[in-house]
Design a protein around this ligand. Structure first.
Ligand code: ZN
Ligand code: ZN
Length: 356
């Protein structure tokens, strides 16, 4: 087995050959389980067909581009590009999460899961991106063509923030300006336009990583907590429900006291790719568990992501928001606080110290 060059025996999530989750009971699925899932899905007629179209809207390009250059007057805003990709504008910065603009999320572009809905913003419609937040190596998150295009954007490459082990992948493709983070490592950025201090921390998630048959869990996975004066954003990446979210709340409790503006203003939480539960439960949360994560984090709002774009699992592509609404009703949470937007839609937030 190839050695993990980052291995630190003092860190429980490090292993000599890679990384592991905080929940010690996690184990990766075996090939026979993958085959059982696929066989059962085939017999049941899964993936189940959608009954409603995935909502899409034309992006508010004028707002997005004016906001991108607004400096201190930037209004915190999140635009859902589709799947896991969100353009996040706050702190004087334009950030993008797991940029995926390709037709397929697969090692090759002639096979593998194909987009059902085009990106809400094309690559050419993006403002200049300052920071890319990459959660892990799976093909529906780490998209080579999108990463290369961002690396070559006019005005210079963004800062790529990636979990441990992914810097060599980017370096091999000529992508520079990369910072690797371990769980709880923090990177501080001073936004030129506003002189605001933005702190970004890689946070634990219960998931795994892989891009080939031999590299499972060799590179780290995670989420990001981004704290700027006008907005605290949490991006979960891919995750099962776990105790990690209570730990994350605890970790930032001092920075997020009521006097300092409270919990995360916005959390980007995955609600799709969860059926069948016996297979997916320890790697992807379902909508009801995403609502529990929302509560565990103590965040003010959440935007539902990781649905509506690629058919990855058995549930219908349009099912996650229906299940989300049922879960929100069951938990008596106000619908507008946890929303599934249309692809291309922008959610504008009150600045942290101006709103609530
Ligand atoms: Zn994944
Ligand atoms: Zn995913």
């Amino acid at each position: 087995m190839k050695k993990n060059p980052y291995f630190n025996p003092a860190k429980p999530h490090h292993r000599p050959g890679g990384f592991q989750n905080n929940d010690p009971s996690f184990r990766r699925k075996h090939l026979h389980e993958v085959l059982r899932w696929k066989w059962q899905a085939w017999r049941a007629g899964a993936p189940y067909p959608s009954t409603t179209p995935i909502p899409t809207v034309a992006p508010e390009l004028d707002f997005i581009h004016a906001n991108a250059k607004a400096g201190v007057a930037m209004q915190p805003a999140m635009t859902w590009v589709g799947h896991i990709t969100v353009l996040a504008q706050f702190g004087g910065l334009n950030l993008i999460t797991d940029p995926v603009f390709s037709e397929r999320c697969s090692p090759v572009q002639w096979a593998g899961p194909k987009r059902h809905t085009p990106p809400g913003l094309s690559m050419a419609q993006l403002p200049h991106i300052d920071v890319v937040l990459l959660s892990h190596s799976h093909y529906d998150h780490l998209d080579e063509a999108s990463m290369l295009a961002l690396g070559a954007q006019a005005g210079g490459p963004p800062l790529f923030l990636v979990p441990l082990g992914l810097k060599p992948w980017l370096a091999k493709r000529g992508l520079r300006h990369v910072v690797e983070l371990d769980w709880w490592d923090e990177q501080v950025i001073e936004a030129d336009a506003t002189h605001q201090r933005v702190a970004i921390t890689l946070t634990p998630a219960q998931h795994w990583s892989s891009r080939s048959p031999t590299d499972a869990m060799r590179t780290l996975w995670g989420g990001f907590a981004v704290r700027a004066p006008d907005c605290h954003l949490f991006f979960a990446g891919d995750t099962a429900y776990s105790k990690d979210f209570a730990d994350i709340r605890e970790h930032f409790a001092a920075e997020q006291s009521p006097e300092l503006g409270g919990g995360f203003d916005m959390a980007l939480l995955p609600i799709g790719a969860y059926e069948p539960r016996w297979f997916m439960k320890d790697q992807h949360c379902n909508p009801a568990e995403a609502v529990q994560i929302f509560k565990d984090l103590g965040c003010k709002r959440a935007l539902a992501v990781h649905w509506g774009t690629f058919q990855l699992t058995d549930e219908a592509l349009d099912e996650p928001p229906r299940a989300l609404n049922a879960a929100l009703q069951a938990q008596h949470i106000d619908g507008p606080d946890f929303q599934a937007l249309a692809i291309g839609q922008t959610w504008r937030l009150p600045p942290r110290f101006n709103g609530n």
